[in-house]
Ligand binder design. Structure first.
Ligand code: PHE
Length: 347
């Protein structure tokens, strides 16, 4: 065979392949194309043995023509392959087309219960001041709940907290002050700086009082814990909870376990202090009880009241949550009404 003949043959084959490649639509056709133009039975493969028939001075040129032919055919194959891949991708994308103007799906994730949000807020505040968290049982001895808090059996102050008795000398604790007795017993005359969040129980039942509610107790005992420290901490706490602009007022009060005793009020949310039905026209909302630990309480719990003094406070969690979030019925806080609770979800 003449080298020119070979060239023509190669040219013709390339043109044929070019034409044929246009019709390839899928991987099967592509494979077929590959075997008929580059496979064992292809024209290209049939040309290699012809090398023997070529005069030796043309052998080099023959080799070049064949390798060019292979290159061209591979190029055609590659571009057909790219084309169908692209087409397949396009089809796939078309099927999965995303309409970015459609509203998304929202997973129904849970959120902090307003009660729990308040507990966390208060605990964070006190942890930041170096307090630790103490705990005690809800089923408590009469001794811890009353006696050691300076409320003996027939003391009229027992009427302030109408408690549930559940057996001889056992009550559902009526306040977290019972944990004071436990902490003092454990601390054996040493310094104390704790808060105690927890559930308490009283025979109460109206829109703002429930048989069950939460309190956060605070107790600090040291040789130099002062009344001024107490007022400062409570002022900071109330502004932290209700906003820097809130006015705080302290009034003298009475608790058997503190002397002197006080109650703290904040300026009314609704009227800003002018007086409205929400604050019973006083301009103030009562928020917590506190005072200096009564010397009797120190002594009853193993402290030397000549060396140590302290202050304590107790604050209603539900009440804070109701004020903060504008909840008008305390029962909403434990009824597990998802519609109600979902208002507090942060999207
Ligand atoms: N235990 C009191 C109550 O439940 C609150 C309180 C705690 C007052 C500590 C003074 C000191 O009403």
């Amino acid at each position: 065979m003449e080298i020119n003949e070979i060239r023509e043959l190669a040219q013709g084959e390339i043109q044929k392949a070019e034409e044929a490649s246009k019709g390839i639509q899928d991987a099967v056709a592509l494979n077929l194309f590959k075997s008929s133009y580059l496979g064992k039975k292809s024209v290209l493969s049939s040309l290699y043995p012809k090398l023997k028939e070529i005069p030796s001075e043309q052998k080099k040129e023959f080799g070049r023509v064949l390798s060019q032919m292979r290159e061209e055919l591979e190029k055609i194959l590659k571009s057909a392959q790219d084309r169908i891949e692209e087409e397949q991708l396009r089809l796939k994308m078309e099927k999965k087309k995303v309409d970015i103007t459609l509203p998304g799906y929202f997973e129904n994730v849970g959120s902090l219960h307003p009660y729990q949000a308040v507990v966390r807020d208060i605990t964070d505040f006190f942890l930041g001041l170096g307090f630790t968290i103490a705990d005690g049982p809800e089923v408590e001895t009469d001794e811890n709940n009353f006696e050691r808090m300076n409320i003996p059996k027939d003391h009229p102050a027992r009427d302030m907290q109408d408690s549930f008795s559940i057996g001889e000398g056992i009550v559902l604790r009526s306040h977290t002050s019972s944990v004071q007795a436990r902490v003092m017993e454990e601390s054996k005359g040493e310094m104390v700086k704790v808060i105690c969040p927890g559930k308490v129980y009283r025979r109460d039942n109206d829109a703002t009082h429930s048989h069950q509610f939460g309190q956060v107790e605070g107790l600090v005992i040291s040789p130099n814990a002062t009344f001024a420290n107490l007022l400062e901490i409570l002022t900071l706490l109330l502004r932290h909870l209700f906003g820097e602009k809130r006015e705080v007022r302290f009034r003298p009060s009475y608790f058997p376990f503190t002397e002197p005793s006080i109650e703290a009020d904040i300026s009314c949310f609704e009227c800003g202090g002018k007086g409205c039905s929400f604050c019973k026209n006083s301009g103030w909302i009562e928020i917590l009880g506190a005072g200096m630990v009564h010397p009797n309480v120190l002594r009853l719990n193993g402290y030397d009241d000549k060396k140590m003094q302290g202050f304590a406070f107790g604050l209603g969690i539900d009440r804070v949550a109701m004020l903060k979030y504008g909840i008008d019925d305390i029962k909403k806080l434990y009824e597990d009404d998802v519609d109600f609770l979902s208002q507090f979800r942060k999207e």
